[in-house]
Design a protein around this ligand. Sequence first.
Ligand code: PEP
Ligand code: MN
Length: 263
Amino acid sequence: ELHERNGRPDTVVRIGDAVLGGGHASLIAGPCAVESRDRLLEIAHAAHRAGATVLRGGAFKPRTSPHSFQGLGAEGLLLLEEAREATGLAILTEVLDPRDVELVGRSADAFQIGARSMANAALLREVGLAGKPVLLKRGLAATVREFCLAAEYVLDAGNDQVILCERGVRGFDRVTRNLLDLGAVAHLKGATHLPVIVDPSHAAGRADLVPALARAGLAAGADGLIIEAHPRPDEARSDAPQAVSLDDLAQIAADARAILALD
Ligand code: PEP
Ligand code: MN
């Protein structure tokens, strides 16, 4: 299978100036959702100062409830382009629908496939054909094997620029939102040639635990982190409890650099 290590050297994935894999690690940071121009630019400048090289931000949000804020859509994509212009950060944003791959690809430097979409074969094939890096999140309760086979769809479409993202799986205890599977991170680094990153934000579901899970992810061998940050976390329109402040983001980045060199 295409994702398997089989003695292959690490696949190195580049998103703008960010490099992941082959001993390179990067910090991806930003809000859960793009909320407004001012907020996005404030976060983007802070992420850049902290040492992030990729700005994350959802324009199309896969909310658990259809009554929750669904993102700004196409307008959010234009705000992300503005933020790239202002900071030089590359743009990572989620695509939910195969019909939106072309639209999202016009603005984004890389596609995010969310946990709720991990097993959407049509979407995986479509981003596989789009010629841009794909950050693939592990499904809500997906086995490592199912996660690898989701990546296989993208690889099989001819795109080897795939980053695996461990974001926690559903556990039995609600003290954290999800269980961060660090064993899977260490396993995937050996069993596949793809870069692996950790999302401590969706794993913890609580801002106070994000720094510890970020350090743990890197210690387990991750090639980077994706962190949700917000200037006023309690005002975030989605995932507020897990958003770290911009000061905390800078501290997480400093801690990361004490563990490994960030690109
Ligand atoms: C997100 O990154 O904001 C998100 C929706 O994450 P996940 O797909 O991991 O739940
Ligand atoms: Mn989120």
